[in-house]
Design a protein around this ligand. Structure first.
Ligand SMILES: [Zn+2]
Length: 477
């Protein structure tokens, strides 16, 4: 019930999904005695559950292994595609996967059927947020899929926008339950990264649901020291941040900017129960979810934006330790920016802002409702120009130059050296600001997947360095 399906039965050209320019993808070409090859793209989303485990990337790893039993092989890195972090129904990190293969023509039906079986076997269907989607295409990726990828990063989309597209291109696709995973599946297939990073992930068996991971922290610290292009492994205090504490199959994820380095670092991590690994290419830490806007009136709910604003009044703390910062844009629109308690030092630094400070903000737009107004949840802030801050301070004594002190409320001032009390009045004096121009960012524990820290410069040039995945049964059991 409620399943969206398409299997290209209206077409007898062998199914699959061809780009708008490739209406005839070569099935009528003479074969000249050689095997005709094509590209296949598989997109999967929404199979996991924040509470009950699984991880769509783990299913991706298993699918790769099954697909390679067919006459196809991975043609590039598997891709971990993070989508809009603000969607209310995301499973965990709103991450879909795209797997791209090349191989003998005519495999798409078998690939599709195998993927369907695996999704049904492994997805956490009992979680209401888990609504798997699968797309399998051959040939070129339609341009509209890439447009969908960009839209799905920036706004809420519905399956009603996706299904006509899939039918138009005669794709093999299937959505389970409400089928929302189709949005991520199409977006993943359509994803084209202008900038990217890598994440090498180590997996245990999906049956294992412990929240504890059997990872030797020393081996992670050593691996991250030896492989400097990796990041986000260990925080300032030396605590591991690359290990989830959920019941999912991920043991450890090493993020990096260089594929060989990232893979080597992961394989040097000493971990119990490790079974397999995958080196993902990903849009993580690229800020691709951010849209630069000029006015707060363009800050639409569920999008992520950046813009220049001026602090409108002093920041203040609220219940739970959250900090609010009223801001105003160049055309006079106002909104409240928020830094939440888990961002710790970030929030504390921002509390030093004063009215008139010029800042650039990055964050996600929160829809108003109930007792909350629309606001911006801050991801990072650049201090551009600080307003002069003046405080009333005690003057020096005009007679002897000594320091002065207050004698109590309404009692005036007195020189501490000579006792003079005449002609003394507090003076407005410029005081040094604790803040200085530059970036203010949360600690790694508060980073979101797409957040681009100033310490990370994502990669632009693709270096294809297989292997992309592997098994570790013998080494680690
Ligand atoms: Zn004096």
């Amino acid at each position: 019930m409620g399943e969206a399906q398409g299997d290209g039965t209206s077409s007898h050209r062998g199914g699959g999904c061809n780009g708008p320019s490739a209406t005839d993808n070569g099935f009528r070409e003479p074969e000249h005695g050689r095997v005709q090859v094509t590209e296949y793209h598989i997109g999967v989303d929404s199979t996991d559950s924040a509470e009950l485990g699984m991880c769509t990337t783990y299913l991706g790893a298993l699918i790769i292994e099954e697909m390679e039993k067919l006459p196809v092989e991975l043609s590039t890195y598997p891709e971990l595609v993070r989508l809009n972090p603000n969607v209310p129904w995301k499973t965990r990190g709103n991450g879909a996967v795209a797997l791209r293969f090349s191989g003998r023509r005519g495999q798409e039906r078998r690939m599709f059927d195998t993927c369907c079986e695996m999704i049904e076997k492994y997805s956490i269907m009992e979680d209401p947020q888990t609504n798997p989607g699968l797309v399998v295409i051959s040939g070129n990726v339609p341009e509209e899929f890439t447009e969908t990828y960009h839209e799905a990063l920036h706004r809420l989309m519905g399956t009603e926008e996706i299904i006509p597209l899939l039918k138009e291109h005669e794709c093999l696709f299937r959505g389970w339950k409400n089928g929302r995973g189709l949005i991520g599946a199409v977006s993943a297939v359509g994803a084209r990264f202008d900038e990217f990073t890598y994440e090498a992930i180590l997996y245990r068996n999906g049956e294992v649901k412990d929240r504890e991971r059997l990872v030797d922290p020393g081996s992670v610290r050593e691996a991250s020291r030896k492989h400097p292009s990796t990041f986000f492994n260990v925080d300032d205090r030396g605590d591991l941040v690359c290990i989830p504490h959920s019941p999912c199959p991920v043991i450890c994820g090493i993020r990096g900017l260089e594929p060989v380095d990232t893979r080597s670092a992961l394989l040097e991590v000493s971990a119990g129960r490790a079974e397999r690994w995958v080196l993902w290419r990903t849009n993580q830490h690229t800020d691709v979810h951010i849209v630069a806007i000029d006015s707060l009136k363009d800050a639409s709910p569920y999008s992520s934006v950046s813009l220049d604003v001026v602090v409108d009044s002093e920041p203040s703390y609220h219940g739970g330790g959250h900090l609010s910062i009223p801001v105003r844009d160049g055309s006079g629109h106002t909104m409240t920016a928020w830094a939440y308690e888990p961002t710790k030092e970030f929030r504390k630094e921002l509390s030093g802002l004063i009215r008139g400070d010029s800042i650039r903000i990055w964050g996600s737009v929160r829809e108003g409702g109930g007792r909350f107004e629309r606001g911006i949840n801050l991801e990072k802030v650049e201090v551009q120009e600080l307003e002069k801050k003046r405080d009333l301070v005690n003057p020096r004594c005009p007679l002897c130059g000594g320091p002065t002190e207050s004698m109590g409320k309404g009692q005036g001032l007195r020189c501490k050296s000579c006792g003079n009390r005449e002609g003394l009045e507090k003076l407005p004096m410029e005081v040094k600001r604790k803040l200085s121009p530059g970036m203010i960012e949360p600690p790694p524990t508060a980073w979101r997947h797409l957040f681009r820290p100033s310490s990370v410069t994502p990669v632009k040039e693709l270096e294809v360095a297989p292997p992309f995945h592997g098994l570790l049964f013998e080494d680690h059991q």
